[in-house]
Design a protein around this ligand. Structure first.
Ligand SMILES: Cc1cc2nc3c(=O)[nH]c(=O)nc-3n(C[C@H](O)[C@H](O)[C@H](O)COP(=O)(O)OP(=O)(O)OC[C@H]3O[C@@H](n4cnc5c(N)ncnc54)[C@H](O)[C@@H]3O)c2cc1C
Length: 430
């Protein structure tokens, strides 16, 4: 049957997981030319609350120099178009930013004169380096090496400039932008709802198959409020579970990496820069600490509109992925580490106020078949996957949502080349 004929039939479409990928998929399904609310039901089932995982706690950097190159240009453009259409500048903080790599010497905590609200020095935890400091890998070697060394821009004036060793520009407001990921994701879900998608709070427990397990038949979820199992018939299921993908698709090569972050209200507004830092901390960085060698740390620090700043640290594998995003353990000392590193290089951050201390899990792809993200059809009729977006899921969210709407209604992706580009789930044995 041609895909256009299939779109004239009744379809029960269920999206599982209300992060950015599920929410943009719901949004673009409701904007697809074949979408007909009297024929097509769209349900988004989310276990905790929309954007309660990484999609609400990420940095929100967007870049034309991100990866994979097969979908980045599409998604970067869609971010710009969505912001224009729905007032994203105000609604979710969309704006162009400059971006750079900064090498800087950090001050000893005791040497930083003013105290800084809510920033007491952290207690030194016991370290297991292999598990504790895992790069989120936002910079591919190619993109980093391609950027030439430059002087520190004049308007980047919220760092202790006498300590700066080098600054290499990586992006300009023309090829680099940002959104507030929580605001963007919840807006996408709400805009999808306005066009007929329904959001259900509940945890999906099983996908039920027919035809010798070759086609989807229904889905069973536990409603969040009543905790009663409900089974709904489905023609199409799109799994957008990020790091939880293996809970419903055990063979998916997607693992989880925990990462902490904080938001700060700086003592004065900071200019629009996203900074990848490499900070050399002096020996005995913390008062009373015994370490005699300098230590290198590399938080990412993004100034946001509305006098807010986001900073995240490296990932760790110390605590396995919990059953839901509501149960993610936040290690206060790791949040304090990030705050201290910020204090070591900026008066504005040292003297600011910490607003949020949080943690979430990044979906990672570990496979010889490719580095993902995985998106498109699986070998089971009616079962689609869009997951494993690693550290660029906010950047690649709208592109993924658009392509998934094409897979469902057109039978194939038209806006970008996905099949054969290392993204096809069937290449990963799914
Ligand atoms: C510290 C950090 C900083 C980042 N910064 C950036 C950045 O600057 N730019 C960028 O592009 N990307 C960034 N990322 C990456 C980005 O956040 C992720 O790639 C993206 O959020 C993944 O989205 P997702 O929708 O696939 O997964 P998630 O956001 O994890 O959503 C999955 C959802 O599925 C739900 N779920 C789980 N199990 C079930 C179930 N059984 N039934 C129903 N629902 C279920 C969960 O509750 C969750 O809401 C960052 C990530 C981290 C960790």
């Amino acid at each position: 049957m041609p895909p256009s004929a299939a779109s004239q039939e009744k379809r029960n479409i269920v999206i599982v997981g209300g992060g950015i990928i599920g929410s943009t998929t719901a949004y673009f399904l409701t904007r697809h030319p074949f979408y007909n609310p009297s024929l097509h039901s769209i349900h988004l089932i989310e276990a905790a609350s929309v954007a309660s995982g990484a999609s609400g706690k990420a940095g929100g950097l967007l870049a034309l120099w991100a990866y994979p190159s097969s979908i980045v240009p599409l998604s970067f453009r869609l971010h710009e178009e969505l912001a224009k259409e729905h007032g994203g500048e105000k609604r979710w903080g969309y704006r162009g930013v400059s971006c750079g790599q900064l090498d800087i010497k950090g001050r000893r905590l005791g040497d930083a004169t003013a105290g800084g609200k809510g920033n007491p020095p952290a207690v030194n935890p016991v370290h297991d380096e292999a598990k504790e400091r895992i790069s989120l890998k936002k910079r591919s070697n190619d993109s980093y090496q391609a950027h030439q060394a430059a002087g520190v821009p004049e308007d980047l004036d919220w760092l202790v400039d006498s300590n700066i060793q080098s600054y290499d520009s990586m992006g300009t407001p023309e090829n680099t932008a940002q959104v507030h990921p929580y605001q963007f994701t919840t807006s996408m879900a709400q805009l999808a709802q306005e066009k007929g998608a329904e959001i259900i709070l509940g945890s999906v427990k099983s996908i039920n198959y027919k035809d010798n397990d070759n086609a989807v038949e229904s889905i069973t979820y536990m409603a969040k409020n009543t905790n009663t199992p409900t089974t709904v018939p489905t023609t199409d299921i799109i799994l957008t579970l990020g790091p939880w993908t293996q809970s419903l698709l055990p063979h998916a090569p997607i693992s989880a990496l925990r990462a902490h972050s904080i938001t700060i209200r700086p003592s004065r507004p900071c200019s629009a820069y996203a900074i990848f830092t490499s900070i050399t901390l002096p020996p005995q960085f913390r008062p009373g600490a015994k370490n005699k060698r300098p230590q290198h740390v590399s938080p990412e620090i993004y100034a946001r509109p509305n006098n807010e700043l986001y900073a995240c640290g490296e990932g760790d594998t110390l605590v396995p992925l919990p059953p839901t995003s509501a149960e993610v353990a936040v290690d206060e000392s790791r949040c304090q580490d990030i705050a201290d590193y910020c204090s070591a290089i900026s008066d504005e951050l040292r003297d600011g106020e910490i607003l949020t201390r949080q943690a979430c899990y990044l979906p990672q792809v570990e496979s010889r078949a490719g580095s993902g993200p995985l998106m498109g059809k699986t070998s089971i009729k009616g079962l689609f996957l869009a997951a494993g977006h690693t550290c660029w899921g906010i950047q690649n969210g709208p592109g993924t949502g658009k392509l998934m709407s094409e897979f469902v209604f057109d039978g194939e992706a038209g806006s970008a080349r996905v099949e054969g580009a290392g993204l096809d789930p069937r290449n990963y044995g799914l």
